[in-house]
Write a new protein. Structure first.
Length: 477
């Protein structure tokens, strides 16, 4: 009788109030296929035959970049389209002659800095602005990573330096890089939900988590302040932060010429210290609703934005949006109620921040791409109106576990079902993981066959195709 009572559904099915924006779509399938074909043909030549063509391509990129850096441009300027096309063309050539990869990475870093410098005067919530930034920064990043995945993994540096930005705040060292108190670490976790956070918005990105670095000015001890789904806002050591599986990490720093920072050179340190003291003094639950206007609960992005806002810095000059009703329904099933919010990936586009460096583990970068491709294929099912269900017969058990978790939460402990997560959401999470794993097993088999036949790693668009094929073949929806 108790089991039957606990089967009664309490969950209200509401239609999410989605954003009014439009989801960005590349619509360049023919371009990706032609670039892959161009790359395959280039691979048949040796570097000596490609050197001149690559040098001409780099010369063109640098010439257009010189013009961009010298002038004040609108986001609609044709130079941005020209450099976008040239980046993809150059990438296909460099893929066949890997010795030019370091130069290509440097050019991308310069492009990112140049377009961010231009965007200081742009409206970051304007559609054209957003698309220009995304195509150049995300598109350039995608090109770099396709090259990294074709290169000899033993020769790929895990740390790629970005642009140095001066800071007067206390320092620490993380994985060989000097990091300052107040720096922001944006990362990507290894769970399917991390891929969902990174990809489930109008401008799919590569990051799912944000953390703030605080270095005690007296002791020199370093703390990482972050918010986890499982336990809310927490403080971790560097070792604990790095032990929590991460497929990539990017370090960001407030620009030294920020007007607030010019008045107080320790401002970013003070913001980090505020976050540290707040997390030390009280328990702050995870904000599943992703409500950036409510600071009583905080999701990971809010840890940084709330702390910086206290000192006059408004991060996330451009907010993320979710306009697909299907995707919004899936996210709402996990507790999300706000579909214009602060996504971790957006910080890379914020002109107030400088990308100091990025760590990519060569051995996990491909896993990151596979996870992204699977989630992208699943979200296509969401857009088509397919539901993310759960095993209803387990609901009584999970409700009992949720009660146990709630009791643990009252004593400051973490339970099996996170605080703020409903039993239904917990079961949907279990379903998402199971779907992801089932698709991943098949995709990895397809990847292995592709490498055996083609003698190179399948590019991202192929991975998405493999995931789509698996969903259809196994009739998962």
């Amino acid at each position: 009788m108790i089991y039957l009572l606990l089967l009664i559904p309490f969950e209200k099915k509401e239609i999410p109030n989605v954003a009014k924006n439009k989801q960005f779509v590349w619509n360049k399938d023919s371009l990706w296929l032609s670039l892959e074909s161009f790359y395959v043909n280039a691979k048949k030549k040796d570097c000596a035959q490609l050197n001149n063509e690559i040098k001409k391509s780099f010369l063109y990129l640098n010439t257009v970049l010189d013009s961009i850096e010298r002038n004040s441009l609108l986001p609609t300027d044709s130079k941005f389209t020209r450099i976008e096309n040239a980046v993809f063309h150059s990438a296909a050539l460099v893929g066949a002659c890997q010795k030019h990869l370091p130069d290509f990475i440097n050019i991308f870093s310069r492009i990112r800095s140049a377009v961010k410098e231009q965007s200081i005067k742009w409206n970051l919530n304007d559609l054209t602005t957003r698309q220009t930034l995304y195509k150049l920064i995300y598109g350039g990043r995608a090109a770099v990573e396709e090259l990294l995945l074709q290169a000899d993994r033993n020769k790929i540096p895990s740390l790629i330096i970005g642009k140095e930005e001066f800071s007067s705040t206390p320092t620490t060292t993380i994985n060989g890089l000097v990091i300052h108190s107040g720096d922001i670490l944006v990362s990507r976790g290894g769970a399917p939900t991390s891929a969902l956070i990174a990809r489930g918005n109008d401008y799919p990105g590569n990051f799912s988590h944000v953390a703030l670095v605080y270095v005690d000015e007296k002791t020199g001890k370093t703390y990482i302040i972050e918010s986890h789904i499982e336990k809310g806002v927490a403080i971790a050591s560097i070792d604990d932060y790095l032990k929590d599986k991460k497929l990539r990490i990017m370090a960001l720093r407030l620009r030294a010429d920020n007007s607030n920072l010019l008045q107080d050179k320790m401002l970013t340190h003070k913001a980090a210290k505020f976050a540290f003291e707040l997390a030390s003094a009280q328990h702050i639950a995870y904000d599943f609703e992703m409500n950036i206007n409510d600071s009583t609960k905080l999701f990971c992005s809010e840890v940084a934005s709330f702390a910086y806002k206290k000192f006059g810095i408004n991060l996330w000059m451009g907010l993320s949006s979710i306009s697909s009703k299907g995707v919004a329904k899936w996210l709402a099933a996990f507790g999300v109620k706000n579909f214009v919010t602060q996504e971790p990936s957006d910080l890379e586009y914020d002109p107030q921040l400088t990308v100091v460096a990025e760590w990519r583990d060569p051995n996990t970068l491909f896993k990151d791409h596979i996870d992204n491709a699977i989630i992208e294929a699943l979200l296509e099912q969401a857009e088509a109106g397919k539901e993310l269900g759960y095993d209803w017969y387990l609901l009584p058990i999970v409700r009992t576990v949720k009660l146990y978790s709630t009791i643990l939460n009252l004593f400051g402990k973490v339970g099996p079902v996170p605080e703020g997560m409903s039993p239904e959401s917990a079961l949907r999470h279990k379903k998402l993981v199971a779907l992801h794993d089932e698709i991943k097993n098949e995709v990895e088999i397809k990847v292995k066959k592709f490498i055996e036949q083609m003698n190179y790693n399948p590019p991202y668009w192929k991975l998405v195709t493999f995931a789509r094929e698996t969903i259809t073949e196994k009739k998962l929806f």
